[in-house]
Design a binder for this molecule. Sequence first.
Ligand SMILES: Nc1ncnc2c1ncn2[C@@H]1O[C@H](COP(=O)(O)OP(=O)(O)O)[C@@H](O)[C@H]1O
Ligand SMILES: [Mg+2]
Length: 266
Amino acid sequence: MYETFYGLTRTPFARNIPTAELYNSVMVEETLGRLSYAAERQLFAVVTGECGTGKTTTIRRLKDMLDPGKYMVLYLADSKLTPRHFYKGLLEQLGCESRFYRGDAKRQLHREIELMKGIHRLEPVVIVDEAHLLDREMLEEIRFLLNFKMDAQSPMALILVGQNELWERLQLQSYAAIRQRIDLQCKLQNLDRAQVGAYVSRHLSYAGAEHDIFSDSALDVVFQYSSGSARLINKLCTHCLLYGYQNGKRIIDDHIVKLVIQGELS
Ligand SMILES: Nc1ncnc2c1ncn2[C@@H]1O[C@H](COP(=O)(O)OP(=O)(O)O)[C@@H](O)[C@H]1O
Ligand SMILES: [Mg+2]
């Protein structure tokens, strides 16, 4: 649709951009560095940030970065995760059918993990996304994973990813047992104005644009509206491109962005 009008060969601001084509910021690089260290040393890390800051995208990159000959990444993102589903989900990813009872499934998981480490020489990296939605029981269960053999060595790297509330909750006295086990903490922030410009250009050049489509004043408004949230930038820019195409505007200026916000996004 609008792609041809703007001379684009791919769709910008889409969710499925290959990880090599993503916008790179110092913050994301730092987070990836810390998370690879967590994988290597089998640590417990917590990643938090507002919604739309790029947490899941960063995890996607981490997964692509980690050597599949060395690590086995198990990823769960289920807002209604119960301990049974948790074990079932992890076991399924290991190619096993989970036992029905929670206790059995848990022992089964531990056995599989030992096999994976001992025989296949793979280090497990368990990632639980949307972790701010987990209830206390589930968070406790996850904590138990870390000390199942009471030995000094951690059985896996564990990465909890969630919105800022997760971190706020972990500050509560009643979560002290979990909090004290956290080895690394990473916070993703919204993009600033300069980063919003770079982010938009990255998407457009990925899409094959040969010149700027958004004016500087348009980007100011995109920044104000989105507060630097990648998800909101994507949504707003996509709406602007559609509007521009329908109204024959090759350059999107602040006036257009404001019209789109008022007309379609407010
Ligand atoms: N570094 C990036 N480069 C390009 N697009 C990104 C980047 N970070 C996030 N996005 C895009 O922004 C949207 C929201 O990112 P997501 O990782 O789902 O956020 P979160 O998990 O923090 O809510 C996604 O569509 C994603 O493709
Ligand atoms: Mg997410």
